[in-house]
Design a binder for this molecule. Structure first.
Ligand code: AMP
Length: 568
């Protein structure tokens, strides 16, 4: 077994495998199954990943980056290192590759073997470009990506595996940055995705941002003019308040940001009012998925909540009201996607325990080409070839004819999206095919779209009279070419990750420095003395009680951390 399942999340990432007893999660060097999707560079120029990097978002904002999944498939580069002599500029694929490399190392140590292949989950609504960027991230981390799996489909596999009953269920997946809905039908051992819909720019972070706005208004701060460290601090405060409001009615806070004392309280009710617009946005993909599956809300037997942000009580209530039943959340919403990805590796390896399970998935969006539909050459519209929610793999074709006399070639722009006008959709690429010049409407091409289970589109265009064929698998400009990929793989391989055996100390020290930065006066003095003492103790190689020392240091920090925001 060399293939693992990976949930490469906006906020956290997980790695899993299929075992004789079913899907299993693999802990990282700190013993946690969740590795924060945060990458940073330390003072020595080594790359820090996970918890230590997350703590340094506040103390070293120029050296640390999070939320890069949101920019996957774009050219947005981030420079880590600020003015430091050694600084690096990374693409979103490369930042993701660091997270993957760290997860791969965890799995190799845990399983005692080389890991070469992976199945990675992606939001169902990821487009072609974002999917290719994810596969490239795998390659950059030295992993062959066997396939991608849609996150809600993975969740359905983990959930549905244990469900014996026949049922129609809806997966409601609200993560840090994305929202996906899928409707599935389970009968016998077949799980069929009936419809999927989503919003790539709606997640728990947007709910947090509502609180950031409220805090800035209440305390007369201007977010844009704050430095990065203070912005991160404010985000962290809002994040803590948000999570706090999942378990209590009022959250009291006290913090110092940009030399302003922030003290106050926010009620769950006011937070829910602030988020009303976001809840409205959540309804759009839900309604679309139900319509596409030709169902009504009352036909859904169960709703499964997935993703950390589904823990907010307003989400449970909203789902309860829409479907007139309490949603299920007996599986840990943070872990279910990774468990499902592991099930998929088992399916792929044709494990005997899974022999009868069949899973079918759909293409989440419409794919088509632009064409003239009347005599007005300027009036281009989209002609759908594969419609959204068609079961994959799928191959469909359509014929197109010349529109001008003596036309020598037919040009096809390939689009993804639901809008009528080409410019309102995503342009995936372009193909040109020569045809013999003749009267308009005589010569034509047969255009075939083939969409596979990974979400890769192949377009084949054949001239009807000459049979000449042009075939293309789309790589967008935002994606790396094979040569660039090779070059960047070499460059990344030369960059050292922070040594795994020091991960625990690095995470604790990063946390301590963050607490130091957040505290004042006597507390500061105390944290400083704790840090210096710990540093001295760990530098003493002969010290045999290192585990005990670490535990004491961790306990002292936890106690301090609980006090910082004055949350009682
Ligand atoms: P995921 O991408 O599934 O890891 O989900 C991460 C998102 O879940 C982030 O936006 C977190 O803020 C959010 N989240 C995690 N725990 C809670 C909680 N207890 N209450 C509200 N949101 C949460």
């Amino acid at each position: 077994m060399t293939s693992v399942g990976i949930d490469l999340g906006t906020t956290n990432s997980l790695i899993s495998y299929w075992s004789e007893e079913g899907p299993k999660l693999i802990p990282n060097a700190l013993g946690d199954v969740l590795t924060p999707s945060v990458v940073g560079i330390d003072d020595k120029g080594d790359i820090l990943i996970g918890k230590a990097a997350k703590e340094r978002l506040i103390t070293h904002p120029e050296h640390t980056v999070s939320d890069f999944k949101r920019t996957m498939g774009s050219d947005k580069q981030v420079t880590l290192g600020g003015k430091q002599e050694q600084n690096y500029t990374f693409r979103p694929e490369e930042l993701s590759a660091f997270v993957l490399r760290s997860l791969k190392a965890d799995a190799e140590i845990h399983l005692g073997m080389n890991i070469t292949n992976a199945i990675i989950s992606v939001p169902a609504y990821f487009n072609d470009i974002q999917r290719k960027a994810t596969i490239d991230a795998g390659k950059l981390a030295g992993l062959e990506v066997d396939s991608l799996i849609n996150e809600p489909t993975a969740a359905a596999l983990a959930y549905g595996l244990n469900e014996v009953e026949e049922s129609q269920f809806l997966i409601f997946d609200l993560g840090g940055g994305t929202f996906d809905v899928s409707i599935l039908d389970k009968y016998d051992n077949i799980m069929e995705v009936r419809a999927t819909a989503g919003d790539n720019f709606l997640g728990g972070n947007d709910f947090r941002d509502q609180l950031v706005t409220k805090l800035t208004e209440d305390h007369k701060l201007d977010f844009e003019t704050l430095n990065r460290a203070d912005q991160n601090r404010l985000n962290r405060l809002a994040e803590i308040i948000k999570q706090d409001l999942s378990s209590r009615d009022t959250s009291n806070y006290a913090a110092t940001i940009a030399e302003t004392e922030l003290k106050g309280s926010i009620t769950r009710e006011s937070f829910e009012e602030l988020a009303a617009n976001l809840r409205r946005r959540l309804r759009v993909p839900i309604e679309r998925a139900i319509n596409d599956a030709t169902l009504r809300p009352e036909n859904i037997d169960n709703v499964v909540l997935v993703g950390g942000a589904s823990r907010m009580p307003m989400i449970r209530r909203m789902v309860g009201r829409l479907f007139q039943k309490l949603p299920l959340s007996h599986l840990n919403p943070d872990e279910i996607v990774a468990l499902g990805a592991a099930v998929q590796t088992g399916l792929k390896a044709r494990d005997v325990a899974l022999e009868d399970v069949v899973m079918t998935d759909v293409c989440p969006y419409t794919l088509g080409t632009s064409a003239v539909v009347d005599d007005n050459y300027e009036n281009l519209v989209i002609v759908p070839i594969i419609e959204r929610n068609a079961v994959v793999p799928i191959s469909q074709s359509q014929k197109f004819y010349t529109i001008r006399d003596k036309q020598k070639e037919i040009n096809l722009d390939i689009y993804q999206g639901e809008n009528m006008r080409p410019e309102d959709n995503i342009l995936l690429g372009n193909l040109r095919v020569e045809v013999p010049p003749d009267k308009a409407g005589i010569e034509g091409v047969d255009v075939r779209f083939t969409y596979d289970i990974n979400g890769a589109l192949e377009v084949e265009v054949t001239s009807i009279s000459t049979k000449k064929t042009v075939r293309k698998i789309f790589k967008n400009q935002a994606n790396l070419s094979d040569e660039e990929l090779e070059q960047r793989f070499k460059a990344l391989s030369g960059i050292k990750l922070h040594p795994r055996e020091h991960a625990e100390n690095a995470a604790l020290l990063a946390k301590a420095e963050r607490i130091y930065a957040e505290s004042l006066r006597t507390q500061r003095d105390y944290v400083r003395s704790l840090i210096l003492e710990f540093e001295q103790q760990i530098s003493d190689q002969s010290n045999r009680d290192i585990d005990k020392i670490r535990e004491n240091f961790a306990n002292s920090l936890s106690e301090l951390d609980n006090n910082i925001f004055d949350m009682d």
